[in-house]
Design a binder for this molecule. Sequence first.
Ligand code: MN
Length: 240
Amino acid sequence: MARLFVSDVHLGADSAPAIGQFLEFLSTHAARAEALYILGDLFESWVGDDDRSDAALTVCAALKALTAAGVPCFVLHGNRDFLLGAGFCARTGCRLLSDPVVAELDGERVLLTHGDALCTDDHAYQELRSIVRARDWQRRFLALPLAHREALADEVRAGSRRHIARTVPTIMDVNGEAVARAFRAAAVRRMIHGHTHRPGVHDLTVDGASVQRIVLGAWYEQGSYVSYQRGSFELRTLPR
Ligand code: MN
């Protein structure tokens, strides 16, 4: 049986086609898998586990069906849904993993990360990240009424769109030295991440060793996942 990896599904109120495709992925590919790993940004936005939007309810129910059927599902925080918490886990049966995390796949240690922490050339984003990932900030934010949190999240998304529009694309890709540091720190030869929406398989050399960086694609226009089985990793697209 395969272990499957997805990232950047970006599900929300405006993504009915992606929701449909992801639900089908869950009930077919994932239902037959040994485990599913979601490497961040499952949701376009997540302002707290009290989110009762249609998109959240539908997706959470489908994840619950998957885990109830015996397929373990592991979730990392992305930059859009870093507030997924214990309530989300209770609703879905998913387990949150810290980012980065090393998974052992048939004896090979593989680094799993959302990928935003590797984009160190984007100083403005890294500054925002350090603010919103602080426990105190999150406690204060989650104490606000839901409607207030949603309004703030809309503002942040609009700000992010402006930032992306005026930032050189390479600045928003991973930084080579940050990638090398991540390989070194985890002492692994392979990593899987998303976030950059630049799907691909990159064979690199770090400190004289051959390593591989597998990048998952976003689900805005089509599906993207990695299937791991018997020592081999395959990056696949799912046409919509
Ligand atoms: Mn992301």
